[in-house]
Each structure stands twice: as structure tokens, then as C-alpha cells.
Design a protein. Sequence first.
Length: 222
Amino acid sequence: METEPKLVHVVDDEEAIRRSLDFMLSTAGYKVSRWEDATAFLKGADRLEPSCALIDVRMPGMDGLELQREMHRLGYNFPVIVLSGHGDISMAVKAIQGGAIDFLEKPADRQNVLDAVQAAFDSLADCEGRRSREQWAKGQIAHLTEREREVLDGLACGYPNKTIAYDLGISARTVEVYRANAMEKLQVSNFADALRIAFAAGLGSEQRWLEEHTLLRPQIRT
């Protein structure tokens, strides 16, 4: 008995990106709906059909972060994968903080897209895994030194290296070293995986960071 193809929503204001992702996903056996902006998606998408959404983080009108919040408010329980351009990493971090499964930098590699979409659909079915994830993630974070954990915490807050360096009283280059060490100990090859572990373990609270690191810093955040 054949199963119904899984539906993927592609929300991006660039037609070339929509076409490319449609072809990529369709040839892999997925059903694809393309939307040129957030408003069209919210008006046309069936919130009851199990699916996932690839959302551009920067779009005219309602951007990807606003769309993500609106989806939560309206009951669109779709796993979200964020598409980000170069320089949009801080926005992608915020999207993952808001519950996104992954973020992919444009132009997205085919295998990375397919892996992220598979992970999104796996997350729909893996309720038991989600319940145990926090405990697992905290165990992973326990392998880090205090300084490595602090650097990962700052990165999870969306801070650039120079801000973390200022608050911790170290150099930006040292921040990069701690980040690399943390990723090695967490046994991840990309930053998105490290962020998912950090968020699952409870890192990434900007309020807590400001309470713990009380130095008056200049306006260097970007």
C-alpha cells in the first residue's frame, strides 16, 4: 500500500529559491507547496495536515521570525527549518530559540536540505525522544569546561564573538578556540547541532547572561 507523500511548505520571496527547493524535494518524493510570503502561507496552508515548513528568515513584510511566532499563536504545529543568507546567523539563532528544527545557509546543499526535512518529520513522531532530550543534552554539556559552557551559552544568546569576549574578559580569538573545543566535545560538525544541544540543556537565556555578566559594555553588539 502506497503512503501519501509528506508535505513540505516552502516560504521564500525569491522565486528562484522556491523553484530550486521544489525540484529538490519533489525528486526526493515529497509533496511541495510554494508560498511567496508569510501572509500567503498563513492564508493558504492547511494547519491540520502534518507537514514541515522551510522559511526564509528575511522576507518583505512579515519576516521569518515573526511568521514563526504567528504560527505558534495560530496553532500551526509544523516543524520549521529556517533559510538564512550570509550575515543572518543571529536571526537564525533566534529562530532556533523559538523552536526551529534547523537553519540552512543559502545556497543550501541538497543533502543538508533533505537531512533537515527528514529530521523535521522525525520530530513529529518522536514524542518520547523529545521528553528525554533535555536530560541527554545536559549530560552532553557536562563534558564541557566552565569556560566552554560560558562561550556556548553566549553564542546561544545570539551574541557575536567580540561581545562574548568583552563580557568574559578574553579575546575574540580565544572565544573561537573555546567554541571549537565545545563542538569537538559535543561531537557535532556544525554550529546548528551545537545550538540545539545548548537550547535543549537550557542555555541561551539572555536575561541570565546579563545577570551573571554585569560588566558595563559599550554598544558593540551587531
